[in-house]
Design a binder for this molecule. Structure first.
Ligand SMILES: [Zn+2]
Length: 56
């Protein structure tokens, strides 16, 4: 009864495109965002800001 529909939201993992380290996880809205997300985030392994891409 209290259960909400989580169908539109999906937990995705953000992976560094340089070293393949999976640094971040985020929730994306599938209705707004159907393509793969790319975000510039700090990678602790590269010690730099790198483009992180969504992985499944
Ligand atoms: Zn990295």
């Amino acid at each position: 009864m209290a259960r909400k529909s989580t169908d539109a939201r999906q937990i995705v993992t953000m992976q560094c495109t340089d070293c393949r380290e999976r640094n971040y996880s985020t929730i994306k809205n599938r209705r707004n965002n159907t393509t793969r997300m790319e975000l510039r985030k700090y990678c602790s392994r590269c010690r730099n800001h790198q483009v992180h891409r969504e992985v499944r």
